[in-house]
Structure formats: structure tokens, C-alpha cells
Ligand binder design. Structure first.
Ligand code: COA
Length: 163
């Protein structure tokens, strides 16, 4: 497995993973099926300063992706980033998420960033445990701020100092 900066040719694989998470999980709070154009916009926006988009690949197969970008648009937040990590179904539980998040933390620490924030659906124990194991602290839960599949969702904030 190799982890590297994402490129245009990775986008169909990234789209497959993203589309599965939209269709089947509460990790992404939308029902709208994603498009390749949308993933292209995601990649371009994560090629800006203090942003990154990475993939984990096994041969030609994208088995996971991760990114960080602005936490909020206002410039006072410019040293804080928000991350995301997704691993292809069938490849989860094999250390890929840990490898992606470790790489994101490493890059962000050298990218003039001070704090990384993860926004995690409160029932997503796998993600919360992954983040805790890499130094993230619980920073509070917002109750019933989202909805999907006919139920309310709670949002867990986790933060990690960088550098
Ligand atoms: C959450 C996710 C990114 C974790 O990646 P992964 O490759 O499956 O996880 P890893 O194998 O690297 O495991 C790293 C740690 O995560 C935690 N973890 C992973 N899977 C878990 C599970 N099913 N239950 C509980 N903890 C789990 C454990 O702490 C694990 O460390 P350990 O093996 O030493 O116990 C991945 O399962 C995924 O993509 N899930 C669907 C999308 C998603 O929820 N993304 C995060 C949105 S915030």
C-alpha cells in the first residue's frame, strides 16, 4: 500500500468510495449522489495553501483517501484545518485509515497549521477511536444538528494540536 498526493486520475476511485459512504452511511450528511465533477472541485480546492488531498493505493486501486482544508472561511481561523478520512469497504480494519490520518497529521504539522479538527457523527465509534488513538481529544457533541435516513444525528467535535 502506498500513500501519496491525490491526482486527477485517482478521482474515479475516490468517487466510488465517496458514493458508497453517501449511500450507505451517516459519515456524510447528504443523500445527493456525488459526481466526478464534484470530486474534481474537491481536488482543486484541496490543492490550495494549507490544504491537502491524499490517496492510499494498492496497485491501481484507490483503497482510501483523506484530506484537510479550511475549518472556517474567515481568516482568523487560517491556522485550523478540518480533516476527513475514508477507506473502501472491504479494505477497512486493515490499518489504511490509521496510515492516512498519520500522513495528514504529518503534512499539516509542516503546513503552518496549529490545530486539526475532526467532525464525526457521534455514533461512528470506529472513527472516534481512530482519532483518539492518534492524539485527538473530545471537544464536545452538538445534539441533533443533522438528519439522515429519517433520524436526528449528533455531531462530535475532536481536536488535535499540531506541530
Ligand atoms: C473510520 C475509518 C476511516 C477507519 O479506517 P480503517 O482503515 O477501517 O481503520 P484502521 O484499520 O486503520 O484502524 C485504526 C483504529 O481505528 C479504530 N477502528 C477501526 N475500525 C474500527 C471498528 N470497526 N470498531 C471500532 N474501532 C475501530 C481502532 O481504534 C483502530 O485501531 P486498532 O486496530 O489498534 O484497534 C474507516 O472504517 C471508514 O472509512 N469508515 C467509513 C467512513 C467513515 O466513517 N469515515 C470517517 C468519517 S469522520
Amino acid at each position: 500500500m502506498e500513500i501519496r498526493t491525490a491526482t486527477e486520475s485517482d478521482l474515479p476511485g475516490v468517487l466510488e468510495i465517496h458514493a458508497d459512504a453517501v449511500a450507505r452511511s451517516t459519515a456524510i450528511w447528504t443523500d445527493e449522489p456525488p459526481t466526478l465533477d464534484g470530486r474534481r472541485t474537491w481536488l482543486t480546492s484541496h490543492q490550495e495553501a494549507r490544504c491537502t488531498a491524499i490517496v492510499a493505493v494498492e496497485g491501481d486501486l484507490v483503497v482510501g483517501y483523506g484530506s484537510y482544508g479550511p475549518f472556517h472561511a474567515k481568516d482568523g481561523y487560517r491556522h485550523t484545518c478540518e480533516n476527513s478520512v475514508y477507506v473502501r469497504p472491504g479494505h477497512q480494519g486493515a490499518g489504511i485509515g490509521r496510515a492516512l490520518l498519520t500522513e495528514l497529521i504529518e503534512r499539516a504539522s509542516h503546513d503552518d497549521l496549529h490545530v486539526m479538527v475532526a467532525l464525526i457523527e457521534a455514533g461512528n465509534e470506529a472513527s472516534a477511536r481512530l482519532h483518539r488513538s492518534l492524539g485527538f481529544d473530545d471537544a464536545g457533541v452538538l445534539r441533533e444538528v443533522g438528519t439522515k435516513f429519517g433520524r436526528w444525528l449528533d455531531l462530535r467535535y475532536m481536536t488535535r494540536p499540531l506541530g
